[in-house]
Design a binder for this molecule. Structure first.
Ligand code: OAD
Length: 259
């Protein structure tokens, strides 16, 4: 599937809402990086949580119990992400920012591909793989520097603690200021795009319902249904690298059409 025409899928009311949209939030997940060759967490044999158990790699307890294994798993993901390139979905989201007066990109991804594509002001709800921080004192360091110092085990901090990836693990709170900004934007949005996320991890996934309850039109871009598909005003059942450029084309077409 290379090209997708959404004209037939858009009802006149949704077309009007797209044309009038002023405050837009894009909420992305691992599926947006799938076409860059990065594995998603769920679904399919290659999915990260099919091959490993989150409680053994993505919790503070796991890090205390087996810091080497956790460090090496994230080091590997960091290398894979660094070697990957942004795909047409990331690039389309950069252009979306120019289409609306207010556009906020909220991601659960830690791979940094939105920023490398050129998106600015990206809210990273689950932190980033591109930095390490001390598990004890919070001091930060670039991940490539941490890996240069110590590729196979977490480097020690001057305080005596260990550096870990600056991601959010299960059982940890999301960065409060980031979550608050994302929630405020979702509550005020008139359009929310949910792209490449199974919307199964909270509180992040709650942004979709928050936007819907606040009156936003919800458009989901995902080849598979999710728990939130039922409340979507439009489901684009295509890979994000195809679905987002097609949506962009429709937004531009709505704008050109006489009102
Ligand atoms: P998931 O792996 O749970 O979901 C990925 C979604 O992307 C699925 O719904 C797929 O159908 C969809 N998908 C796959 N390929 C796609 C493509 N080319 N285009 C569009 N969609 C595609 O990933 P997330 O929803 O991001 O958290 O997972 C949420 C959180 O769970 C992650 O941030 C991570 C994980 O555990 C932590 O590590 C705390």
């Amino acid at each position: 599937m290379d090209d997708l025409d959404l004209s037939a899928d858009l009802t006149p009311p949704l077309r009007r809402r797209l044309r009038a949209a002023r405050r837009v939030v894009a909420f992305t997940g691992a599926g947006v990086s799938q076409e860059s060759g990065l594995a998603t967490f769920r679904g399919g044999r290659e999915a990260l949580w099919q091959r490993a158990r989150p409680e053994e790699l993505a919790t503070p307890e796991a890090f205390v119990r087996q810091p080497r294994q956790v460090w090496q798993w994230y080091a590997d993901r960091h290398r894979t992400a660094a070697a990957a390139a942004p795909n047409p979905a990331h690039h389309a989201l950069v252009r979306f920012a120019g289409l609306f007066p207010s556009f906020l990109l909220v991601t659960q991804n830690v791979d940094g591909l939105h920023q490398r594509a050129g998106s600015r002001d990206v809210l990273e709800l689950h932190g980033t793989l591109r930095a390490a921080r001390c598990h004890a004192c919070g001091r930060r360091m670039e991940m490539h520097e941490a890996l240069r110092r110590s590729p196979d085990e977490p480097p020690a901090c001057a305080c005596g603690g260990l550096f870990r990836p600056a991601v959010v693990w299960f059982g940890e709170a999301l960065p409060a200021a980031v979550l608050e900004r994302a929630m405020a934007a979702a509550a005020r949005a008139d359009l929310l795009l949910a792209v490449g996320t199974s919307a199964s991890v909270f509180p992040a996934a709650g942004l979709i319902e928050l936007a819907h309850r606040g009156g936003a039109a919800v458009i989901e871009v995902n080849p598979r249904p999710t728990a939130f598909s039922a409340l979507a005003d439009l489901r684009i059942t295509a890979p994000a690298g195809v679905g987002l450029p097609a949506l962009e084309e429709e937004v531009r077409r709505c704008r050109r059409a006489p009102s």
